[in-house]
Design a protein around this ligand. Sequence first.
Ligand code: ADP
Length: 503
Amino acid sequence: MNEVTTIDRTQREYSDAVKKALARKPQLYINGEWVDSSGGETIDVEDPSTGKVISSFVEATDKDIDRAVAAARTAFDDGRWRNMPPVAREKMMHKIADLILEHADELAELEAIDVGKPKGMAAVIDVPGAAAHFSYMAGWLGKIGGETQAPYSMPGGMMFAYTQKEPVGVCAQIVPWNFPLLMACLKIAPALAAGCTTILKPAEQTSLTALRLADLIHEAGVPAGVVNIVTGYGHTGGDRMVKHPDVDKVAFTGSTEIGKLINRNATDTLKHVTLELGGKSPVVVMPDVDVAETAPGVSQAIFFNSGQVCVAGSRLYAHKSVFDKVVEGMAETKDFWAPRASLDPDGHMGPLVSKEQHERVMGYIDAGKRDGASVLMGGDTPGGDGYYVNPTILTDVNPQMSVVREEIFGPVVVAQRFEDLDEVVKDANDTQYGLAAGVWTKNASAAHQIASKLKAGTVWVNCHAMIDPALPFGGYKESGIGHEQGRLGLEAYLETKTVMMKL
Ligand code: ADP
């Protein structure tokens, strides 16, 4: 028997701060206040480490959504935010970042018991990352501006012409459950920096940290109606936000299927739309690598956050000369990634977020086995009440299998051999997705050549899933439209106006 079977997956006791957050009355944050829903429905919060219900939050009605949109519309139109001096807005955004860091421990724990991710992981990735989006975007406040431009076809001195940047308006922002706080901040920060107002809806599986974020945004002094946080289901509340005539822009992160639906639904009112969608990211391991470094790196690329990452390195292509050593090295990380309860300080991987997700991932693994894949590691669950899946490596796969083609969103990697560079680039690009890709090599020239040939919005070399607020992030093909982060991420919330004055 290996160590994995002896792990005690009992969840630890929650802290007092978290117990308090779980006990709060289900309400929505609209127009700077905590308000009751117009309906009485709530949605349960489950701890995926135990499967137990630990709290509940509001299932927003159409009326609630309309109220939030009206608050955001008024707050935008009367200029209470966009006309405030940039220096004052910048300070408030830094204050939000500071408050997130002040509450880091509570937020990391809330995220851990809501998503199932290890608290230690949330403490070093999700929470500081969330704060960094606010501080990075705050830095743009004094730097947003247009330019003067002499007309091309008119005589000099005839016209004074310039462009100016203006906020897009009221934003509907919809985020998924894998990085709830980080995604909420990634959405709200550029909207605030641009001068927009927003209604944000976290995912129905994971709304706890977005609700706490509303408290912190309030405490930082952001005026009423500028940020509104509503909870509820996507097909009801989310849909209402997307179709609402008073919303100017939709920003969505989630599945490609829902992203396409949202894009269609936003078309009638021709809203600005940015979409960050799914992926099936290839990781190419070249023959020259140091296996001792690469095997843990490519394991992390897939097993981090239980593989519930849009950029997860879920298709491994290792050169035939190193394939066996790389997958053996990955298999040696089995105990490191063995799933544990999210508050276990020794954990590096937790359960999946929900029963539904657990069934989905196990369904893919079973389909892979039925299709003839070999299970080199995992392929099963360790048992217990939570939604655990063991880290899984499948080999002997082919490009027709669903495990190779479809986004599993779980700790499952399909490992394949390659011989020749052109062939691997072709296979890596043989997907509907184009979110991210990885290359592992010591040969800088090969790295750049492969990076330029991979059809993906981000390519990592000798690392994976390195995301930074200053670097744009966006998908090729069916992985998205537009960018978040960096200057491009800010510009997605700005309109450009041309003014021409005859002199
Ligand atoms: P996943 O498949 O990862 O659960 P989804 O794409 O279904 O992700 O959901 C991501 C977010 O989109 C969630 O906040 C969800 O509530 C929301 N959502 C789902 N369906 C719709 C819809 N039809 N309109 C607007 N938002 C939606």
